[in-house]
Design a protein around this ligand. Structure first.
Ligand SMILES: Nc1ncnc2c1ncn2[C@@H]1O[C@H](COP(=O)(O)OP(=O)(O)OP(=O)(O)O)[C@@H](O)[C@H]1O
Ligand SMILES: *[C@@H]1O[C@H](CO)[C@@H](O)[C@H](O)[C@H]1NC(C)=O
Ligand SMILES: *[C@@H]1O[C@H](CO)[C@@H](O)[C@H](O)[C@H]1NC(C)=O
Ligand SMILES: [Mg+2]
Length: 337
């Protein structure tokens, strides 16, 4: 058993490190011999595929624009601005063979509007293993960096993690959840990696992707959406430019938000600010139907309506937007079916 494992690891190293390509110039007879040996090896160890680990190669990492587009169109409800920006941003970055800096996206919006959901879609369109990939890293301030007094430890730890992981695989993805709760010092510590550097200590970060998620600016996005609604204008008429000014003012002038303290913004390290609109009744119904489908249940509009009616909407008088977005649908559905 031990022996077998050793072989598998060797084979994995051979494949992952790209040695297979390096061997190419060797005479064909050796190659044929090796192939025979390999076939024999595979025959005697049929479970070998079990050992095959993900590696930093195109077999495991390749962007599929169609996949991302289809996911955004079919599964993400009510976010026409976000879905457009994200497709363009990720596609542009992935088609650039020589990006000058890593891709940095900052997703903003009210709770339950799809920020984590979209991050998952991006990961799935890039990595075969999706969110389970060894090259996708999620950091949550409350989980990974809970104690303000340990900030110095966290800083060096985070820097080591980013450096170590990007050294292993340049196409790594880092998702920072609850960015608004993150210590400003910690945000400052990752700034160098987001910037226009050819290399830092011999490591290039230009193929990495950083995604920041936060509720910062959520209120101002809601205000704009509400203004449109009150003026009787369609939600789809809202454009990025309608939100940008309000968003930047509320995110960057809000002294409570960690983003305000840092120079992420005035150094232009964030490539795209992506606003997420608050969700309406009809989107909640769509979420409930999608969840039923995901559970292989017959989509039932009356149950979806019941679930949607059960939620709370604001502002109190108009009841336009769901307070929790689509977030509680999963547990609500358990109650009804
Ligand atoms: N716009 C949407 N379209 C489809 N499903 C959605 C949408 N928004 C949320 N959902 C559903 O609700 C769940 C929770 O959403 P998600 O975790 O992405 O919210 P969030 O924006 O990250 O909220 P928070 O700010 O509270 O972290 C998702 O897993 C998804 O099933
Ligand atoms: C992308 O995904 C679609 C659907 O999953 C598939 O049909 C297509 O062949 C893929 N394209 C590439 C380049 O892998
Ligand atoms: C990569 O990041 C993870 C955290 O997501 C960390 O545990 C791990 O040690 C890092 N790897 C390296 C080589 O630094
Ligand atoms: Mg979230």
């Amino acid at each position: 058993m031990k022996h077998r494992r050793k072989h598998a690891v060797l084979l994995w190293m051979l494949i992952c490190s790209g040695l297979a390509e390096a061997i190419e110039p060797i005479s064909t007879s050796i190659a044929v011999g090796m192939a025979a040996a390999l076939t024999g090896f595979l025959a005697s160890y049929p479970n070998i595929l079990y050992y095959f680990h993900e590696c930093c190669r195109p077999e495991w990492i390749s962007f599929n624009k169609t996949d991302l587009n289809v996911d955004l169109q079919r599964k993400l409800f009510g976010q026409h601005i976000a879905s457009r920006i994200i497709l363009k941003a990720v596609n542009g970055f992935m088609n650039n063979d020589n990006p000058k800096k890593p891709l940095v996206l900052s997703l903003h919006g009210w709770t339950g509007t799809g920020k984590n959901f979209v991050s998952k879609m991006i990961a799935e369109s890039l990595y075969k293993e999706g969110m389970n990939s060894n090259f996708v890293h999620v950091f949550t301030s409350e989980l990974h960096f809970p104690h303000a007094h340990q900030i110095d430890t966290y800083k060096s730890q985070l820097q080591q993690w980013i450096k170590g992981n990007v050294t292993n695989c340049p196409q790594s993805m880092f998702i920072f959840d609850e960015m608004d709760k993150m210590h400003p010092g910690l945000i400052d510590s990752i700034k160098p990696y987001l910037d226009y550097y050819d290399k830092l200590d011999g490591v290039s970060y230009r193929k990495a992707i950083f995604i920041f998620l936060s509720n910062a600016g959520g209120e101002s996005i809601i205000q704009t959406a509400l203004d449109f609604w009150k003026a009787g204008r369609g939600r789809e008429e809202i454009e990025l430019s309608d939100l940008e000014t309000a968003l930047s003012l509320s995110v960057f002038n809000n002294k409570k938000s960690g983003l305000w303290h840092t120079s992420l913004i005035d150094k232009n390290l964030v490539d795209f600010f992506v606003p997420f609109l608050p969700l309406e009744y009809k989107h909640v119904v769509q979420c409930a139907l999608a969840e039923m489908e995901a559970r292989d249940l017959e989509p039932d509009t009356s149950i979806a309506d019941q679930v949607a009616r059960d939620l709370i909407y604001f502002p109190k008088s108009e009841r336009v937007f769901s307070v929790t977005g689509c977030k509680t649908i999963v547990s609500k559905l358990d109650y009804y079916v």
